[in-house]
Ligand binder design. Structure first.
Ligand code: ASP
Ligand code: MG
Length: 402
């Protein structure tokens, strides 16, 4: 078997943990498997490097940022290879250049395009454990790029797809994907399986177990993933196209607190207004999430929408600067809101999920400000300080802990 194993930064944070990972890899290797290990930078290295850059230049050139950030993963792969060497296990570390992981040209947020597999194959054929830097690539200018925060998951999935691996295991500091955040909801249950689509909803909802691009890629190439803990041997959660073991109506409740609501009041109620407003935001690369438009009255209407907190100020500025053109009377912004969502592939074919969720909120007297839905998700916007209570109430109503 060819196994790709990815370990996050906390799993290689110090000497002891590096040896712990090394031992796990050796187990699979000695059982006769080919093993590729993808690593993130140790502990908070990436954050520390970002902070260091800002000390030198508050607005660092993106190319140089990638030169800096890619060093983090290079440290962990070299140390891992050294750890394996002390155990007498043949291993080799490779960075994005040595593998040849080709990406798009944009620095700091590049996308993987193609991976050359020859070098890795050659090393595996010599019975070496191959340790690859996560998160990084090379663009057409022969410069380093990075894949966006948390991008090592995507590296692992891409390698598994390119080399037709038999297994792709993502090791992290939690045991898998839960029905809710186990730190907040004590009876949250670990899921045995979850579909790619459900996982994608979770990933974008702030349950940051997997980088969402890695899930997109796994879905596209049919790479089955296992998310599990690097610290124990507990069974993890399998992420795949269709789940069979648990025909769950709802698989979990997720919360996103990084939400700001912006309300634009008194827009002219005529064609093209919504287009102009959102076009303006799109041109500034501002991502809009939930949108609500009121019914028109006296020739005017209101539009509210949500953005992430770090884009709120820019969104406000952009709109205020075009108040005349957009014809609104006033604009306001509220940051202490949260988005709580139920996710479940089963809801597409089962009525009554929304009613049950709203009832659960009503029972604990929580007011809903906005609602949005997809085929497999229902989200509500509520006051942020009510978010934990809301998650618990919904989790109980759907009996997810049982
Ligand atoms: N080290 C990078 C980060 O912290 C990539 C990763 O951890 O996946 O974002
Ligand atoms: Mg990291």
């Amino acid at each position: 078997m060819l196994i790709v194993k990815k370990f996050g930064g906390s799993s290689v944070a110090d000497r002891e943990r590096i040896f712990n990972v090394a031992r796990r890899c050796v187990g699979d290797y000695k059982a006769g498997n080919d093993v590729i290990v993808v690593l993130s930078a140790m502990g908070d290295t990436t954050d520390d490097l970002l902070a260091l850059a800002k000390e030198i230049n508050p607005n660092p050139p993106k190319r140089e940022m990638d030169m800096l950030l890619t060093t983090g993963e290079q440290v962990s792969v070299a140390l891992m290879s050294m750890a394996l060497a002390t155990m007498g296990i043949p291993a080799i570390s490779l960075n994005a250049f040595q593998v040849a992981m080709h990406t798009t040209s944009s620095y700091c947020n590049a996308r993987l395009k193609r991976i050359d597999s020859e070098r890795i194959r050659r090393e595996l054929d010599m019975r070496k454990i191959v340790i690859v830097t996560g998160f990084q690539g090379v663009n057409k200018y022969d410069d380093y790029t990075t894949l966006g925060r948390g991008g090592s998951d995507t590296t692992a999935v891409a390698l598994a797809a390119a080399l037709h691996a038999d297994a792709c295991e993502i090791y992290t500091d939690v045991e898998g994907v839960y029905t809710a955040d186990p730190r907040k909801v004590p009876n949250a249950r670990k899921l045995k399986e979850i579909t790619y689509d459900e996982m994608l909803e979770f990933a974008t909802l702030g349950a940051q177990v997997l980088h969402n691009r890695s899930v997109e890629m796994a879905k596209k190439y049919g790479v089955q993933l296992v998310v599990r803990s690097s610290l124990n041997n507990a069974e993890g959660t399998i992420v795949k196209e269709e789940t069979t073991m648990e025909k769950m109506l709802i698989s979990g409740v997720a919360v996103d607190k990084d939400v700001t609501r912006i309300s634009v009041v008194g827009l002219k109620d005529k064609p093209g207004i919504a287009f102009r407003l959102f076009d303006m935001l799109a041109k500034h690369d501002i991502n809009v999430d939930v949108i609500l438009q009121s019914i028109g009255r006296d020739g005017t209407k209101d539009i509210s929408f949500t953005v992430s907190q770090d884009q709120a100020q820019e969104a406000m500025d952009v709109l205020k600067n075009s108040q005349k053109q957009l014809t609104f009377q006033n604009i306001s912004c509220k940051s202490n809101v949260a988005k709580v969502s139920v996710v479940g592939a089963g809801m597409a074919t089962n009525p009554g999920v929304a009613a049950k969720m709203f009832e659960a909120l009503y029972n604990v007297n929580i007011n809903i400000k906005m609602i949005s839905t997809s085929e497999i998700r229902i989200s509500v916007l509520i006051e942020q300080d009510e978010a934990d209570a809301a998650v618990k109430a919904i989790h109980d109503a759907f009996r997810l802990g049982e």
